[in-house]
Design a protein around this ligand. Structure first.
Ligand SMILES: Cc1cc2nc3c(=O)[nH]c(=O)nc-3n(C[C@H](O)[C@H](O)[C@H](O)COP(=O)(O)OP(=O)(O)OC[C@H]3O[C@@H](n4cnc5c(N)ncnc54)[C@H](O)[C@@H]3O)c2cc1C
Length: 411
């Protein structure tokens, strides 16, 4: 892999490695002065990059072991969500939630706090019970819930070492139906966002930040029917894609057709290119008490945002305790942007959005594009810097992003 999925990051690695065993992975890490893992390469920031050896775990055994009480599973680090979902579903088990696409790896998703939507749902990272971390000195450290360093390690984007396996919570498989409700009035969203997002297991709003707002409602079939009649929105009678002009065939089935969790919670089907394909992305997370203020600020910026926007999505997530998670300590509203693939045109707009959301204690998605310095928005920032120095004193796993945010004290 020489570039990320979007093509905006050309990796600076001088060597690529795809070990087929843990022993071989250990040798690669020991032999490399600098090393970083790449998952499926779907991040838009340089977070997976390295100037040394770029390691893919794609060829490690794709193992999934179900715990005897069927509440957890142990998952090998190379697995993508699409593969993992099918293996779990075959056991009548499920992940509690999924992001918009199943093409990415579980570890790559967990370590950037990748999320779907739902007032009662944490990000994928919230399902992690323990992780096995191959550290710079070659030891394999298991960190589990309750261990002091666990909360620092789950969302850490490869900076502490190579995650070789994860244990995650799983739940009994469930069915979901999704419906798109169009022409949602802006005034209703602005005034009643809490009521709207509480309507179902997972609710997203897609918008152009001008006139068009639509609610994508994913309901577990065992839950009460969602009621959006009070909003004035109209239920779509044809399958939709979040980006106008892209084939809706690429999306998971809508129109209220029930189906398994893994074929409804993501917006995009595993067998197609997700989203537009040619694009950039950013996402900003604000604490729920700031939701109405953030909504109004972004609506005002609509004329600035719209010229470089393909689509935007608003989601909700519950709080977690991970030191570097954007959801740390706060239930959140997430503001996602899918941009035209033009970095120079997008960057000034990011600066405007960040300025507008600054009073809302905004935190960026680690895997997407941002300009701001988030350090003062995280109460455990310096604690993470300490963990980094302990586990990787020579800076083997440091890359440009890690150096930027956590400069070495000797630098
Ligand atoms: C079309 C599209 C849609 C998206 N939708 C969503 C969405 O709905 N919600 C959301 O939150 N995000 C979304 N994203 C962002 C994406 O989920 C994240 O960027 C995610 O981290 C990508 O996972 P990946 O497997 O491609 O990892 P990569 O991008 O390859 O890597 C991400 C990070 O994980 C680290 N990493 C990977 N494997 C390991 C390992 N074994 N050990 C240690 N570190 C590791 C890498 O070093 C890097 O720091 C989307 C991206 C795209 C392209």
């Amino acid at each position: 892999m020489s570039a990320n999925w979007a093509g905006n990051v050309v990796f600076s690695a001088d060597r690529l490695a795809a070990p087929t065993s843990l022993d071989r992975l250990r040798e690669v890490v020991a032999d490399s002065e600098k090393v970083h893992v790449v998952g499926a390469g779907h991040s838009f920031s340089r977070i997976a990059d390295t100037t040394g050896t770029l390691v893919s775990l794609r060829d490690l055994p794709a193992t999934v072991e179900i715990g005897p009480d069927r509440t957890w599973a142990r998952v090998g680090a190379g697995l993508r969500l699409a593969e993992l979902s099918l293996l779990l579903h075959a056991e009548s088990l499920a992940l509690h939630n999924l992001p918009s696409l199943p093409h990415i790896t579980l570890v790559g998703a967990v370590t950037t706090a990748t999320h779907g939507s739902g007032d009662g749902n944490g990000s994928l990272a919230s399902a992690v019970r323990s992780l096995d971390l191959l550290t710079a000195d070659g030891s394999l450290v298991t960190l589990a819930r309750g261990d002091e360093r666990f909360a620092g390690a789950v969302v850490s984007f490869g900076a502490l070492g190579v995650v070789t396996a994860l244990e995650i919570d799983v739940v009994p498989a469930f069915d979901v139906e999704q419906r798109v409700h169009e022409d949602l009035p802006w005034d209703v969203l602005a005034a009643e966002s809490d009521r709207l997002f509480a309507q179902a297991y997972s609710v997203s709003v897609f918008t152009d930040w001008r006139e068009s707002f639509s609610a994508w409602v994913k309901r577990r079939t065992t839950d009460a029917p969602a009621d959006l009649s009070w909003t004035g929105a109209r239920e779509a009678t044809e399958q939709r894609h979040p980006i106008p002009g892209v084939s809706a065939e690429h999306c998971t089935p809508q129109l209220g057709e029930p189906g398994p969790w893994h074929a409804r919670l993501p917006h995009f089907r595993a067998e197609f290119t997700p989203s537009a394909g040619a694009e950039l992305q950013s996402e900003y997370l604000v604490a729920r008490p700031f939701a109405a203020q953030a909504l109004r600020a972004l609506k005002e910026l609509g004329p600035v945002i719209a010229p470089v926007l393909l689509t935007a999505e608003i989601r909700t997530m519950t709080a977690d305790d991970y030191w570097l998670s954007p959801f740390q300590g706060r239930d959140s509203m997430a503001f996602h942007f899918t941009w035209v693939p033009d970095t120079e045109a997008v960057r000034p707009v990011l600066a405007r959005i960040e300025e507008a959301l600054a009073p809302c204690s905004v935190r960026p998605h680690w895997g997407k594009l941002y300009e701001l310095e988030p350090n003062d928005r995280y109460e455990h920032w310096s604690r993470f810097a300490g963990l980094l120095a302990d586990l990787d004193p020579e800076g083997k796993f440091r890359n440009e992003v890690v150096d930027h945010h956590f400069p070495r004290t000797s630098d």
